[in-house]
Write a protein that binds this ligand. Structure first.
Ligand code: SF4
Length: 174
């Protein structure tokens, strides 16, 4: 695979048990060493191309995740790493857990696992690089940008409204 840039990655730990975070660290350490592909970990959303989320979304961090995402420049890609980030995982039914990362921002790549394995994580990052390249081309040609978190929220609400209407129709027909 040929990629046009060395992406910078921002890791955000939502409400994980830290198991996945240890694996993220392992992937940057000498054994797996994602930096050899030119992938640099950054703490600044304005420098990041890839947002890597671990842990579920809860009522306290939902706005933080939205802010980080909105501060990242286009094109950008979001990776949900570990089953908690994919759909809430083992914390799904906790009183304060809303679910996975896609409850608040659009997710491009889902990497399941509990904890996520560094090999799977690296595969996910490679997939993210392909998507980043596609988005870069669309951004340059057509100015196509990612949804903002509020546009995404409106889309989710619209979809929820549609499925409620469909359920009502199904119920009245049966
Ligand atoms: S997926 Fe497993 S290891 Fe990762 S944060 Fe959730 S419980 Fe912890």
């Amino acid at each position: 695979m040929r990629v046009s840039k060395s992406p910078w990655l921002l890791h955000y730990d939502g409400s994980s048990c830290n198991g996945c975070d240890i694996e993220v660290l392992a992937s940057t350490a000498p054994r797996f060493d994602v930096e050899r592909f030119g992938i640099i970990n950054t703490g600044n959303p304005k420098h990041a191309d890839i947002l890597l989320c671990t842990g579920g979304v809860n009522s306290q961090n939902k706005d933080v995740i939205r802010q980080i995402y909105d501060q990242m420049p286009d094109p950008k890609v979001v990776l949900a790493c570990g089953i908690c980030a994919c759909d809430g995982g083992i914390f799904k039914d906790c009183y304060n857990i809303l679910g996975g990362t896609d409850k608040v921002i659009p997710v491009d790549v889902y990497v399941p696992g509990c904890a996520v394995r560094p090999e799977a994580l690296i595969d996910g990052v490679v997939k993210a690089l392909e998507i980043l390249d596609e988005k870069e081309r669309a951004f340059k040609k057509e100015g196509k940008r990612s949804l903002t978190s509020s546009e995404y929220k409106a889309l989710l609400e619209e979809k929820a409204g549609e499925s409620e209407t469909k359920e009502d129709t199904d119920a009245s027909e049966s």
